[in-house]
Ligand binder design. Structure first.
Ligand code: GLU
Length: 525
């Protein structure tokens, strides 16, 4: 059977790069395997899932070329199925009602006592002893255990866990007496709803069971059932929660592999039980490590641009983002960093996803963008630049030919389209100057004298070409005992006002004789 994967975002208006990376990995996996990539819009949160949020999501996917197979499934349209599944679980004895009053009872999924008979991956881990605090009586019922754990400092910490976590439970009091044996009462607890309250209990002894699965990225994953609680699946107001909705939709969409962020690992343990109790084969899981900042913390808005739309607005090309995010937590197994879509599809495998968190490096992303920009067809490049300059106060009515020349000159060094705003010095005299840089470059008297001499040399040039300009600068340097090359930054300061740009000789040539000389004439300023 061919693979079926899905991207299942909850549309909230902005699309975080971590989310879209999950989409990219799913897409690459599906395309590599020749399977299907589905889109499921988890729009059950009516407050946040507005039509605008959904439109933004679809637009971002289109921009990145994340085409999906079949029609998008809207989770909100599946509500009846979610509720039917909850009823099915109830009829199989896996659900109990709980809540403050009869009218607002939630449906709670009970992690099954007979877990190993129903679900693959349940294993016994051996005997456990857990100290508990006698301050709170241990409550035992079909809804689980309530007790007080003991903190490091010896204080009582209220806690609870599912009943299934305590196979062969025996409870001991402070005198070492066995005061309760679960095996003797389990039938009446589950069948008749019998409850026990045990005073003065200090220790729980039980056989630990855990649920395990093999994650395609993280390897063998395991969680003790005694660290899990039963799970609300339908709220008191009758609305299904995330867990049954996510699982039921994965069953109806016949999803074979779930590739998503590792913030969902904890959910997946619970979902494996839900799949099993609903009689469905669980999918293969692959949880991707978080995208982090330089400090190793989850990458967020505070670290800089975090949403796809922000990267687009700054002038990153869609393929840069696609390429960069593909390599954020996955590696082709060699040192390739610039890869076409076809190469990525061909090389992708879940086995090569990295186990450790992936650090965002915006500088590296900018360098990759520069490589893709440099490859753009010139006409397309000019058109994109125009898009960005026309929003600038100085960029509305530019001479077309001259603009195209500047574009051709600057194409190989542009990192993001938004940086065309730094090109202002080519077009007028009121360009932004970096005063700190200019002050530093234009403070030395000998340098200023050399620049003055240079003006005369440039004025005398029969042809204002880069080669002639370079020769004049060298002459001026030699005359003033300045090492060749050392005048370049002061010249740049005088004619462009900023410390970065293209080759200075060519920059002057493009600016033209008149403007170059006028700007070098610092005494006039
Ligand atoms: N909608 C959820 C999210 O965006 C679920 C994701 C999933 O199951 O892949 O986090």
């Amino acid at each position: 059977m061919s693979v079926r994967v899905r991207f299942a975002p909850s549309p909230t208006g902005q699309v975080h790069i971590g989310n879209i990376r999950a989409a990219i990995f799913n897409w690459l996996f599906a395309r590599h395997e020749g399977g299907s990539f589905l889109l499921r819009i988890e729009d059950t949160d009516q407050q946040r899932s507005t039509p605008e949020a959904i439109a933004t999501l679809l637009e971002v996917m289109q921009w990145l070329g994340l085409d999906f197979d079949e029609e998008a499934l809207y989770q909100s349209s599946q509500r009846q199925k979610h509720l039917q599944a909850a009823e099915k679980l109830r009829s199989l004895g896996h659900v109990y009602s709980d809540g403050p009053d009869a009218a607002s009872q939630a449906m709670v999924f009970r992690i099954p006592w007979q877990a190993e008979e129903l679900c693959e991956g349940i294993q016994e881990q051996g005997a456990m002893r857990m100290k508990i605090h006698p301050e709170q009586p241990v409550q035992i019922s079909h809804k689980g255990l309530r007790f007080a754990a003991v903190s490091k400092k010896g204080a009582a910490v209220p806690d609870s866990a599912c009943l299934a976590g305590f196979k062969n439970l025996q409870v001991y009091d402070s005198e070492g007496r066995q005061i309760f044996v679960l095996q003797e009462h389990i039938e009446e607890i589950l069948r008749d709803g019998r409850q026990f309250s045990l005073e003065n209990a200090v220790e729980l002894r039980f056989t630990r069971r855990s649920i395990s699965y093999v994650d395609q990225v993280k390897g063998e994953m395991s969680k003790p059932l005694d660290s899990m609680r039963d799970l609300v699946i339908v709220r008191g107001d009758g609305s299904p929660v995330f867990h049954p909705a996510n699982v039921v939709d994965d069953i109806s969409q016949a999803v074979t592999h779930i590739i998503r962020g590792d913030d969902h690992v904890e959910n997946s343990f619970r979902h494996l039980l839900l799949f099993a109790c609903l009689g469905a084969k669980p999918p293969v899981y692959a949880h991707l490590p978080m995208i982090v900042n330089a400090a190793g913390k989850p990458y967020s808005k505070r670290d800089g641009d975090a949403f796809v739309g922000e990267f687009r607005d700054k002038g990153f090309l869609p393929h840069t983002l696609f390429n960069y995010l593909s390599l954020l937590g996955w590696s082709p197994g060699d040192d390739r960093e610039k890869m076409s879509r076809e190469e990525l599809v061909q090389a992708f495998s879940l086995q090569r996803c990295l186990h450790s968190s992936a650090q965002v490096d915006i500088v590296k992303m900018g360098a990759l963008n520069a490589l893709y920009i440099a490859e753009m067809e010139p006409g397309e490049f000019v058109a994109q630049c125009r898009e960005f300059v026309q929003h600038l106060p100085w960029g509305k009515e530019l001479d077309e030919d001259y603009f195209a020349k500047v574009c051709a000159f600057m194409q190989s060094r542009l990192k993001r389209f938004v940086d065309v705003e730094q090109w202002q010095y080519f077009f007028g005299e009121d360009y932004q100057r970096d005063e700190k840089f200019c002050g530093k470059q234009l403070s030395d008297d000998n340098t200023l004298a050399a620049l003055k001499a240079l003006q005369e040399k440039l004025a005398a040039l029969p042809e204002f070409s880069a080669a002639n300009i370079e020769a004049s600068i060298h002459e001026a340097s030699d005359e003033f005992n300045i090492r060749r090359g050392r005048l370049n930054q002061p010249i740049r300061a005088a004619v462009t006002g900023i410390g970065t740009g293209a080759g200075i000789y060519e920059t002057l040539e493009l600016l033209g004789k008149e403007k170059s000389i006028a700007r070098l004439n610092l005494s006039a300023k």
